[in-house]
Design a binder for this molecule. Sequence first.
Ligand SMILES: Cc1cc2nc3c(=O)[nH]c(=O)nc-3n(C[C@H](O)[C@H](O)[C@H](O)COP(=O)(O)O)c2cc1C
Length: 207
Amino acid sequence: MVSVYEAIRRRRDVRAEFSGEPVADDVLLRILEAAHHAPSVGNTQPWDFVVVRDTGTLDTFAEHVATARRDFAESLPADRLDTFNPIKIDGIRESGMGIVVTYDGSRGGPNILGRHTVDDTGLFSAVLAIQNLWLAAVAEEVGVGWVSFYDEDYLTELVGLPSTVRPIAWLCVGKVTAFQQVPDLERFGWRQRRSLSDAVHFETYRA
Ligand SMILES: Cc1cc2nc3c(=O)[nH]c(=O)nc-3n(C[C@H](O)[C@H](O)[C@H](O)COP(=O)(O)O)c2cc1C
């Protein structure tokens, strides 16, 4: 089993490297269990996971995402469009499986220990479940690609979410041929990783 540091270093957002080979049910369960062990504000566990393998649903969602990609492309100035054009932004069909991660802000009722001051902590908790899932997937040699090119109401309807439940991610999840060593957005010249020294501040932000 890889160390946590190794999983963090190897993790990639996967778009083009899905092999199409199905993920075994026991592997899927271990990955979901890792997600379900995330910390959460007031121990509310506000996440749910909708596993989508129906090819009709995958096709329908892929079409929707293609439209959202076109809308984004049309919003770009010419130089950014040239950089963006070759970048693949999803592997919805190729992965063979989507996991819709959702957030239920009503879970736990009105008196959430720790969320009374910062309401977003509920959402933060669900995102931590995604990071757990992502790293566990690496340990299982499974790739994950986060897709956010969608209309929330559309995805809500597509997977039948109740009104209190918000979709926060469509994750393409599948076996991979390899993990890229460099993030796609760096390889294609969209944006580079900042240096650690730019991100770390001591005592105050400006220091
Ligand atoms: C909240 C969130 C939304 C993202 N949405 C997309 C997306 O819609 N399409 C895509 O290809 N990648 C998406 N990504 C992946 C990022 O582009 C990727 O994490 C980043 O470029 C760094 O690459 P790495 O994850 O391989 O290190 C998303 C990542 C996050 C955290």
